[in-house]
Design a protein around this ligand. Structure first.
Ligand SMILES: [Zn+2]
Length: 189
């Protein structure tokens, strides 16, 4: 899939939004990624995840594991493209765990999947969980890497789209000066 096609999808689905946003970090930015929008239309989700799967097909993974909630749809669609199993991890008392009878086998080869990463916090926790269960993490797969390729998980990172969105301190935000209303996007409080 060409960069141009991916960029067009980010805009047409509304996943990439422009405006004046208050991020969870407290900083302001002129762009926001709402990657859940990439999974509204299954045809588009399939297109994106099969493009990503092509990059990792050589790894011959047994299973995809993703952090809930953001990674669930992405993990499922990626697993379908890779023709492997799919589990998701969810927080129990603040710590990621495999519930619902999900269990990894010893030495199983896993890809950790997430729709979008910024600092990669959830992904790092899921990598630890997978290793703790005795499986091997062959890599991380994401649709959007918002770190601009600066995150180092110590294992290969496969992404379809890399971006490094400029963020501002509220005192020096050029968008505040234009008077554009500040919006708090996303689901995390
Ligand atoms: Zn601002």
């Amino acid at each position: 899939m060409k960069e141009k096609e991916i960029s067009a999808i980010l805009d047409s689905t509304g996943a990439r939004q422009t405006g004046h946003f208050l991020l969870t970090s407290g900083r302001h930015s002129g762009e926001y990624m709402q990657c859940a929008k990439l999974f509204v239309n299954p045809k588009i989700s399939e297109q994106l995840c099969s493009a990503l799967a092509k990059k990792i097909k050589g790894l011959k993974v047994d299973c995809v594991v993703s952090p809930a909630l953001g990674g669930i749809l992405m993990g499922y669609e990626l697993a379908r493209a890779l023709r492997c199993d799919n589990y998701f991890a969810e927080r129990v008392d603040g710590v990621f765990a495999l519930r619902r009878g999900f269990a990894l086998k010893q030495g199983e080869k896993v890809i950790v999947a997430e729709d979008v990463i910024t600092t990669g916090g959830s992904v790092k926790e899921v990598i630890e969980l997978v290793r703790f269960q005795g499986a091997k993490v062959a890599g991380v797969a994401v649709i959007v890497d918002r770190s601009g390729g600066t995150i180092d998980f110590g294992i290969p990172l496969y992404s379809l789209w890399q971006t490094n969105i400029a963020t501002y301190d509220k005192g020096s935000c050029p968008l505040c000066q234009t008077g554009l209303p500040l919006v708090k996007p996303g689901s995390r409080q």
